[in-house]
Design a protein around this ligand. Structure first.
Ligand SMILES: C[S@@+](CC[C@H](N)C(=O)[O-])C[C@H]1O[C@@H](n2cnc3c(N)ncnc32)[C@H](O)[C@@H]1O
Length: 195
């Protein structure tokens, strides 16, 4: 008998998006599950402004569904790789910013926008979330996604009290057919009022 959990395991194993074709981009690494992608996508439309920490296939994909997307990336070669792909495309609503150290979080202040959606998927996930606690670049309607939130729980634990958890997206998977079961976890947050 295939239990609900087993069915999830089977489906999610094939659900992992690696090297997918994203519109005009071919063979782009997109290291997310469909369930997670759908969750973010459902918060976007052509009026929404998105901020992302950690660029990649997500940048190329989500920028096609929002007004503007700003992505901050710490790794220079990865930044160059994604920037080159963007430059060859027709999309002009995406800006990738290469920053590391303190400016990785602080460069957000130089962007003249209020963000509707924030996706935290790069280095320093805890620092990024902590930065949002006092930032005037978001408000209580801003939807914040933290990818791999279980893996980074020690980084985010101190700031999480300033946010309400809206949803937890869990994907069960096995790296190998007989491998140990693992969970991919993404949380969806909104900042509490009057923090
Ligand atoms: C796991 S990736 C996810 C990026 C993106 N949000 C996505 O879903 O496609 C997070 C970080 O890994 C780093 N990275 C370096 N080389 C990479 C590569 N070849 N593929 C993916 N990420 C890479 C980048 O610094 C990037 O910010």
């Amino acid at each position: 008998m295939i239990t609900y959990k087993n069915a999830e395991l089977i489906i999610d194993k094939y659900d992992y998006c690696t090297s997918m074709n994203i519109g005009e981009y071919k063979n782009i690494d997109f290291l997310m599950y469909q369930k997670e992608i759908i969750e973010i996508l459902s918060c976007l439309n052509k009026d929404k402004v998105m901020l992302e920490w950690g660029c990649g296939g997500s940048t190329l994909f989500f920028s096609q569904y929002c007004k503007n997307l700003y992505s901050i990336e710490s790794n220079r070669s990865w930044y160059t790789n994604i920037k080159n792909k963007l430059e060859k495309s027709k999309y002009e609503n995406v800006k990738i910013i290469h920053e590391s150290g303190e400016k990785y979080t602080k460069s957000v202040d130089e962007i003249n926008e209020i963000f509707d959606v924030v996706f935290i998927d790069g280095i320093y996930r805890g620092k990024c979330l902590n930065y949002l606690v006092k930032s005037d670049k978001i408000n209580e309607n801003t939807i914040i996604f933290i990818h791999d939130s279980l893996k980074y729980k020690n980084q985010i634990i101190n700031s999480i009290k300033h946010f309400d958890i809206q949803k937890e997206i869990k994907v069960f998977w096995k790296p190998e057919p007989d491998g140990k079961e693992d969970i991919e976890h993404m949380i969806v947050l909104k900042r509490k009022k009057n923090v």
